[in-house]
Design a protein around this ligand. Structure first.
Ligand SMILES: O=C(O)CCC(=O)C(=O)O
Length: 251
């Protein structure tokens, strides 16, 4: 299916799922490069770029930010398939803002609190989306993403401090009517979930004993989007305060 066909659904629901997104060769290369980065580069990174559920256990690595500091991933931000899809969905030329990697390692109690990405990004107009590519089979057991359908059309909800490293802000009044509108998305490796920056989403912890739940994500902003510097500084301050409370090295 061409990327153009996904736009009406993206506009209505605030998310869309594209199955088998990359070619097999491209997907294999991405996995190889992520393995290389995790084994060779991550051990050299400061705390703020690599979050662990338990710092003493490397197998509990759960989030990587600013992966584009690596030359392969810096070039990867320009990948035409990702950029074209983002541009069609946002209806304007885009710039890639950065790359992240998420995991929910097995037997860890790590939830993703309900949140809207643009609360963190502070972009006006909210012309921004996240493309979240599954690297493992994902379902309810290992903590699939859950979207509140259509929530991107109601603007940003109030956020408050959370205790979840990597997600310093969440929606405190997330309630039964939000739960009732949630869509839990099952995915296979190489399926991409794309959500608007104002779409509310969350994920449960990984309840499985053996299965990881890894993903690779790129964030794209439309060229019309401008950052509110004061709101962004407030967000950065709250993330930094959380890191200090937890005892992470902060730069
Ligand atoms: O992988 C997760 O659990 C969270 C991902 C997320 O919130 C995002 O990519 O915006």
């Amino acid at each position: 299916m061409s990327s153009t066909n996904h736009r009406p659904q993206f506009d209505t629901d605030g998310f869309v799922v594209v199955r088998s997104f990359l070619s097999e060769a491209d997907f294999a290369e991405l996995n190889r490069e992520l393995d290389r980065y995790i084994h060779n580069v991550v051990p050299t990174l400061p705390d703020g770029d690599a979050f662990y559920e338990d710092r003493a256990r490397p197998d509990t690595l759960k989030q990587l930010s600013r992966i584009e500091q690596d030359p392969f991933f810096k070039a990867y931000l320009q990948h035409p398939l990702w950029n074209d899809m983002a541009s069609v969905l946002l209806g304007e030329p885009v710039d890639c803002q950065g790359a992240e990697w998420f995991n929910k390692p097995p037997a860890t109690n790590h939830i993703t609190p309900p949140h809207q990405d643009n609360y963190y990004f502070c972009l006006t107009p909210p012309q921004v989306l996240t493309m979240w590519l599954a690297l493992d089979p994902v379902d309810e057991e290992n903590g699939c993403l859950r979207y509140v359908r259509g929530s991107h059309r109601a603007g940003l909800r109030p956020h408050g401090r959370t205790k979840t490293l990597g997600f310093s802000q969440g929606i405190p009044d997330y309630g039964p009517s939000d739960h009732a509108r949630e869509i839990a998305i099952h995915a296979q490796p190489n399926d991409v979930l794309i959500h608007h920056g104002d779409t509310i989403h969350r994920a449960d912890a990984n309840r499985s004993a053996t299965r990881h739940r890894r993903s690779f994500a790129l964030v794209f902003r439309g060229q019309s989007a401008r950052r509110d510097p004061a709101a962004y500084q407030k967000y950065l301050d709250s993330a930094r305060a959380q890191h200090q409370e937890i005892g992470l090295q902060v730069s």
